[in-house]
Design a protein around this ligand. Structure first.
Ligand code: NAP
Length: 302
């Protein structure tokens, strides 16, 4: 996978890869470049390389000749997918198919990102990579279809499932709460869905370790710890010093178009098995996000 080697500050050699990144302007795409831009060569594309266009994807891959493709592009509007089924499948399933096909032709690996929503949410113990997915809702099913295409087409794959992402460059729950905190005295938040909030910068760092170790397969990668959206909102306001009343409500009361798993906490059994260090607790990541990284972020929210 290595293209050429450099001497790092420590005096050790390390390999520089050329990485073709899709979805570069999303929250993970942005942090992926932030984390690895100085160490590896990243050729970044967002919607300018439409992953639903298989011919163009292959052409671009042949031009760039990357050592690996990292797919952070997705249709991520969980509720919107319910009324945009074809678009969700085109981006999340056909897009993955096109990228896996290009990788197969170039004989390079694909790192593809998926979601905790592939699980039904009926368990009360964290899902491992060896539990069977049972996605509910169009977004979840389209993401699972993407995983299936990647597994079917390409042996050299890393499929990384993550959860409840927040990052400086995107729309996410943390930013929504911080905005709501500016304009409201009271807010209702769902308290019967449990998951693991994950900082996209921490995820990006772990993606690197996974790529560099080079063991193909499926990985669950989230910050450790879990909470409900209500508990998460309370922590966000506490860290940001916002005085607001947060009321717990049920999923039924919130009435969103897409079904969501009640419990989507994942265990990173592959990380454990192959000897990776677990990610830090989501609360530590949240503090860094709110107090350090968000205030210094110069870009705009997408
Ligand atoms: N966000 C979460 O809470 C969460 C949770 C679990 C897993 N994930 C997965 O994590 C990955 C990264 O998520 P994210 O939150 O970083 O997503 P994001 O912020 O929505 O970024 C996705 C990017 O892909 C672009 N895109 C959409 N359609 C495309 C196409 N046809 N061709 C090329 N680019 C396209 C989007 O552009 P536009 O904005 O212009 O559409 C956007 O810049 C995704 O695979 C997602 O399913 C996310």
């Amino acid at each position: 996978m290595a293209k050429f080697s450099c001497v790092g500050e420590s005096g050790y050699y390390y390999y520089v890869m050329r990485i073709l990144l899709t979805g570069s302007e999303g929250q993970l795409g942005y942090d992926f470049q932030y984390v690895c831009g100085s160490r590896h060569e990243v050729v970044a594309h967002d919607i300018d390389l439409d992953i639903t266009d298989g011919k163009r994807v292959l052409e671009r891959a042949k031009e760039v000749r990357p050592d690996i493709i990292v797919n952070a592009a997705a249709y991520t509007d969980v509720d919107g997918a319910e009324s945009n089924e074809i678009l969700a499948y085109r981006v999340n399933a056909l897009g993955a198919y096109n990228l896996a096909s290009a990788c197969l032709e170039l004989d390079i690996p694909l790192l593809h990102i998926s979601t905790d929503f592939v699980f039904s949410g009926e368990s009360d113990v964290p899902y491992t990579e060896f539990d069977s997915p049972a996605p509910r809702g169009v977004y979840a099913k389209s993401k699972y279809a993407g995983e299936c295409f990647v597994r079917m087409l390409l042996r050299k794959h890393f499929i990384v499932r993550t959860s409840w992402l927040f990052g400086v460059a995107g729309k996410n729950f943390v930013r929504t709460m911080l905005k709501a905190g500016n304009n409201n005295k009271e807010i209702n938040v769902v308290n019967d869905q449990r998951g693991s909030p994950t900082y996209s910068r921490d995820l990006a760092l772990k993606l690197f370790e996974i790529i560099e170790k080079g063991i193909f397969g499926t990985y669950h990668v989230s910050n450790t710890g879990s909470c409900t959206w209500f508990e998460f909102a309370k922590q966000i306001f506490e860290i940001a010093g916002v005085d607001i009343i947060v009321n717990p409500i049920t999923t039924d009361e919130f009435k969103s178009p897409a079904p969501r798993p009640a419990f989507s906490v994942m265990r990173g059994l592959s990380l454990e098995m192959w000897g990776f260090k677990p990610l830090r607790h989501y609360r530590d990541a949240l503090c860094d996000f709110i107090l350090r990284d968000l205030p210094s972020y110069k870009g705009s929210e997408k």
